[in-house]
Design a protein around this ligand. Structure first.
Ligand SMILES: *[C@@H]1O[C@H](CO)[C@@H](O)[C@H](O)[C@H]1NC(C)=O
Ligand SMILES: *[C@@H]1O[C@H](CO)[C@@H](O)[C@H](O)[C@H]1NC(C)=O
Ligand SMILES: *[C@@H]1O[C@H](CO)[C@@H](O)[C@H](O)[C@H]1NC(C)=O
Length: 437
């Protein structure tokens, strides 16, 4: 099997599917987390038990990632619209959204879960012993953990979960996630992130899961709202964390999640975080303009403006793969990109990507201009390419038109190999280049 490593994103996933047997022995998978630093893996990483078992072609993989993104975007739109029902996506679901996972130890004695990171959700939840519809064999058993406690209906935490109900005295809740829904019981136990134990951490023990977008071993919410990791570890980490998402191209896929204000980069540019009282957990920022090459693209101001009433604006998200811009913004950026690449070249499409080329191209940089901070993306964050089919695509798209989409989402492919620092006490978000691959 001959495949060059200079290829593209999803083709490498394919490479891993084939090589997963040998790479499963990669010692980096066993490397321990240290201090307040956690390793971050891609769900397709050789270290991940969630990597797909059936090989997919490059095109299938791209289309699959896009289909998952669509569910994610509908989910994010439903959050801002406060609708609780999310349309079910068609097509196979092989990946879990969100796409990055960390190791978390839960209970006494501790059991390790590979939990998905989600910056736009608050609560944490893991599969419970006896769960109906959970796919994981790694489950949390309250009866087997000496530090487990139940949370009763009258507890303040029971008012912070969606749709709370009383089951006997226990606090139960349910929620929709992506195209799925879960029903869970609220419990407390010691949760250990890297070296730091957090006693009495409140999370959901999943009793029932419907649908396939529930991350197999649970979810760690990094949002700003109550019950999130930030709120529950306020004393330890002061609502400050950063991550560096590794490139899809890297062999060990190991990035890092740094918790707490200590050891965060000093040289980093910041933009203010905006708060939407209707959706307090989302990390909104003010995107003022977008540059393609050196030229600022002409975008209708309404396409970028923050509006807490409609939920419009721009968020950073760790769970969407490819950046989505509302249609007028995307079209302006895409047209500028096509002009820079060259009018004489034929533009083709692939799935939801409408700006693809069958010949090598000389692509311009793209700069997101936020209040106080310009972030210029290198080519590896803008383009996906396959050597096999020699297709290169601009890895962004317009927000899906079948939802009332007003949200620009800066997604994880565009964030890779950058440290993104969420400094909630100072209400700002920082971005700096960092090669964490
Ligand atoms: C990832 O692999 C590279 C080389 O392949 C190595 O230098 C680096 O230390 C590895 N990173 C981790 C976190 O294991
Ligand atoms: C979730 O909870 C609400 C309110 O308690 C209830 O009406 C709904 O049927 C529940 N949904 C599921 C899927 O359990
Ligand atoms: C961002 O770049 C523009 C030029 O395109 C410049 O005018 C502006 O001052 C820069 N902003 C920051 C915060 O550096």
């Amino acid at each position: 099997m001959e495949m060059k490593l200079s290829l593209s994103v999803p083709l490498l996933f394919f490479f891993f599917f084939l090589k997963s047997q040998t790479l499963a022995l990669n010692p980096n998978c066993e490397a321990q987390d240290q201090g307040s630093n956690l390793k971050v893996f891609h769900v397709f990483s050789p270290c991940s038990p969630f990597k797909p078992s059936t090989p997919l072609s490059w095109e299938e993989t791209v289309l699959q990632l896009q289909a998952d993104d669509k569910v994610r975007l509908q989910f994010l739109s439903s959050l801002i619209a406060r609708r609780s029902v999310v349309p079910i996506a068609s097509g196979r679901q092989i990946t879990q959204n969100p796409t990055y996972i960390v190791r978390v130890k839960v209970g006494t004695p501790p059991r390790t879960f590979l939990m998905a990171l989600d910056t736009n959700n608050d609560a944490a939840w893991i599969p419970c012993d006896g769960c109906l519809g959970c796919s994981s064999s790694v489950v949390y058993s309250p009866a087997k953990s000496t530090s487990s406690r139940s949370v009763n209906c009258g507890a303040p935490q029971c008012k912070q979960v969606p749709n709370p109900t009383c089951g006997g005295r226990a606090c139960n809740f349910n929620l929709t996630y992506g195209s799925s829904s879960i029903a869970a019981t609220l419990v407390q136990d010691t949760v250990k992130l890297s070296a730091d134990p957090v006693p009495g951490y409140t999370f959901g023990c999943i009793q029932k899961a419907i649908g396939s977008s529930v991350p197999a071993q649970g979810l760690l919410g990094l949002g700003r709202g109550p019950l999130s990791l930030l709120s529950q570890t306020q004393h330890l980490y002061q609502s400050t964390f950063s991550y560096c998402l590794p490139s899809f191209k890297s062999l060990n896929f190991s990035g890092s999640l740094k918790l707490g204000p200590v050891a965060q980069p000093k040289r980093i540019k910041f933009t203010p975080l905006l708060k939407n009282p209707r959706r307090s957990s989302l990390y909104y920022v003010n995107l003022i303009a977008i540059r393609v090459g050196r030229r600022v693209v002409d975008i209708p101001p309404a396409a970028l403006a923050f509006n807490p009433i409609t939920g419009a604006g721009t968020i950073f998200d760790s769970g969407t793969v490819f950046t989505r811009l509302v249609e007028p913004a995307y079209i302006a950026v895409r047209d500028a990109f096509r002009r820079r690449v060259g009018r004489t070249l034929t533009v083709t499409s692939l799935g939801g990507f409408d700006t693809c080329y069958n010949v090598p191209i000389n692509a311009p940089t793209i700069t997101f201009m936020f209040t106080g901070m310009n972030v210029t993306l290198p080519q590896e964050n803008i383009l996906i390419h396959s050597t096999a089919g020699s297709i290169t695509c601009l890895a962004m798209a317009a927000a899906p038109d079948n939802v009332n989409s007003v949200l620009n989402v800066i997604a994880n492919m565009q964030q890779q190999n950058h440290r993104v620092l969420y400094d909630v006490p100072n209400s700002r978000l920082g971005v700096a280049r960092e090669q964490c691959t």
